[in-house]
Design a binder for this molecule. Structure first.
Ligand SMILES: Nc1ncnc2c1ncn2[C@@H]1O[C@H](COP(=O)(O)OP(=O)(O)OP(=O)(O)O)[C@@H](O)[C@H]1O
Ligand SMILES: [Mg+2]
Length: 576
């Protein structure tokens, strides 16, 4: 319970921060609106009993005029309120989405391996929506309902207290019934939400891997899986709708019962002459003003359950801490990296030992190649250097300082990687090359593209560098995508360059052309290449051979071939 209010408190503070002035205006308008609406039945009672009953035409016009003026004021204030609330809600949603997207990039590799993207999408999309639709209204409705019901209650006591006792009796029954419903509804809503996350996940997987699925002919598998989960979602959803309907119907019945009792008993009081007709009308209206807000308060309880589930998921995500400890006050990576040293590095992915006692130094000016059978841990070394995971024991240092002492942002900023999975944004070639960095000039990227032999191809496209590459670069070939990714890495101009299978989709001639052209660029930089292809590896100054997580040989191609050991075996088996 305490946690729930804490979350709502956080939400309110965040909303208030979006626009303090608008928040204050909203509160003021709400108070004025509430006061104006509770005065309407009093004016009506005067019209009936004083003006009409007393046959006083001028009083009739005055009260009628006041009634209309109040109605106009209510309409104008409601519109103003709508504008302010819309503004606050939209700003708040954008704020949450922005924070969630920003947070997503700060987790560890372990998180990305485990997390299902559908679940995250669900938080970013559905939960922020839920908070937008109900969050702020909820607070305003709560305060308005409390004030209105208290005022109406005091007026009801003043006019007729016997009927009031009956009304309160029925209200108590209503509250008991509704609270039972709301507990069940909260549980069922959470179940439906969870199922919707599963469906989202399946659709997301299907869409983002559609090409592979067509090639694998796995459509049937996906569609059956989808229909099964969607069916379950529909069943749970229908059950929830029926429950919602039962809950609101029971409330409606009890409220109609109240109305008819007010007329019967109130009618008797008029016949007996103890109250006037106008008072009964005012009483009836105040009854509505009392019951409506009381029901509203119960409904708010229902909505709080829903919003709370969403806020819990949003803040759960925003406040979850990454296992990679960020040292925001950490050192900046020095201007010139002179050494990366791996000392006794051991590492496992959940108990699966991958790297065993790795000791190695990388220095600038040399091209290193990491070689070994598939799955031996080459990419893992890069993951550790980039701190997607932290080493289990041992340490990695840059210029003799443990990489954990550096600010994570600065560390990653200084490492440029072309990874095994080339990723391009659904944007122009130019934006993919520069990543919207204004400091990279047109001449720079054209020069780089020339160096890796891709300028000619791009220039021939009808839109040149402004060509849209499609989602993840589908409009380009695998080799073209890789070359754009290499050019992008070079343009980032970092001290540490890593090619993880970055030339696997290129033919030998193109690859050699690129590697030769980049030679001069490599000077003073640490270049690490991971490749299976002999033609890439043999040009490296130093080859580090890995086998089952250990470094087994080090040397250049010729010396390793002469040794006739594991590397020789790999070459002979054409494993490299
Ligand atoms: N996120 C992960 N969670 C658990 N195990 C993983 C994860 N990533 C990789 N592995 C496992 O760790 C081992 C080493 O993987 P790694 O990606 O470093 O291999 P690699 O040498 O780069 O292979 P390849 O040449 O095929 O790219 C593999 O057996 C792989 O199954
Ligand atoms: Mg790999």
């Amino acid at each position: 319970m305490k946690k729930r209010y804490k979350l709502i408190g956080k939400f309110l503070r965040e909303s208030f921060r979006q626009s303090k002035i608008k928040s204050i205006i909203c509160c003021l308008i709400m108070f004025v609106l509430t006061l104006l609406s509770v005065f309407l039945p009093i004016i009506l009672q005067r019209i009936i009993d004083v003006a009409i009953g007393g046959k006083n035409a001028s009083a009739l016009f005055v009260y009628g005029g006041v009634y209309m003026a109040v109605m106009i004021a209510i309409a104008i204030l409601n519109m103003l309120q709508q504008y302010n609330l819309s503004y606050l809600k939209t700003k708040m949603t954008i704020r949450y989405k922005y924070l969630l997207l920003k947070k997503l990039s700060t987790f560890s590799g372990a998180y990305y391996s485990e997390q299902k993207s559908g679940e995250v999408l669900n938080i970013i999309d559905n939960d922020t929506d839920m908070v937008e639709n109900y969050g702020i209204d909820l607070v305003f409705d709560f305060v308005r309902n409390v004030i209105t019901s208290l005022f109406a209650l005091s007026m009801l006591v003043h006019i007729q207290s016997t009927i009031l006792c009956i009304i309160i009796g029925i209200q108590i029954i209503t509250i008991v019934v509704q609270s039972k419903f709301s507990r069940v509804l909260a549980n069922k809503t959470a179940e439906v939400r969870e199922q919707s996350g599963k469906v989202y996940n399946i659709i997301e997987q299907y869409i983002s891997n559609i090409l592979e699925i067509v090639i694998l002919k796995a459509r049937r598998y996906f569609l059956i899986h989808y229909l099964k989960n969607e069916g379950e979602f529909a069943r749970k959803g229908i059950r929830l709708d029926v429950l919602f309907s039962a809950s609101s119907q029971s409330a409606t019945f009890l409220s109609s019962l109240t109305t008819i009792l007010v007329y019967i008993i109130g009618g008797m009081e008029i016949i007996n002459g103890s109250i006037q007709f106008g008072e009964l009308i005012a009483f009836q209206q105040y009854t509505a003003m009392f019951i409506g807000p009381c029901m509203g308060l119960l409904k708010i309880n229902e909505s709080i359950q829903r919003v709370w589930v969403s806020l819990d998921r949003i803040y759960g995500f925003l406040e979850s801490s990454s296992t990679i400890v960020q040292n925001n006050k950490g050192l900046k990576i020095p201007d010139h990296v002179t050494q990366i040293n791996m000392k006794n590095v051991n590492f496992s992915y959940s108990n699966n030992k991958i790297l065993k006692n790795i000791n190695y130094k990388f220095r600038p000016g040399k091209v290193y190649a990491l070689v070994g059978a598939t799955g031996c841990g080459k990419s893992t070394i890069i993951n550790l250097l980039y701190r997607l995971w932290d080493v289990e024991s041992g340490e990695i240092t840059i210029n003799d300082k443990n990489i954990k002492e550096y600010n994570l942002y600065s560390l990653r900023k200084n490492i440029a990687i072309v990874s095994q999975n080339t990723f391009l944004f659904d944007d122009t070639i130019e934006n993919n090359l520069t990543l919207n960095n204004n400091r990279i000039k047109k001449e720079d990227y054209i020069e780089t593209c020339k160096r890796i032999g891709i300028d000619e191809f791009i220039s021939k496209l009808p839109d040149g560098y402004q060509t849209q590459v499609g989602e993840n670069g589908v409009k380009l070939s695998g080799g073209q995508r890789q070359r754009i990714a290499i050019a992008r890495m070079i343009l980032q101009s970092k001290d540490i360059l890593i090619f993880d299978e970055a030339t696997s989709a290129l033919d030998n001639i193109t690859q050699e052309y690129i590697l030769d052209n980049l030679r001069q660029y490599y000077e003073n930089r640490i270049v690490i290449m991971i490749a299976h292809r002999l033609s890439t590896i043999r040009k490296a100054d130093e080859i580090v051979v890995l086998n089952q997580g250990k470094i087994v040989e080090i040397g250049n191609h010729e010396s390793l071939m002469q040794k006739k050991q594991y590397y020789y075996q790999l070459v002979e088996e054409r494993s490299v």
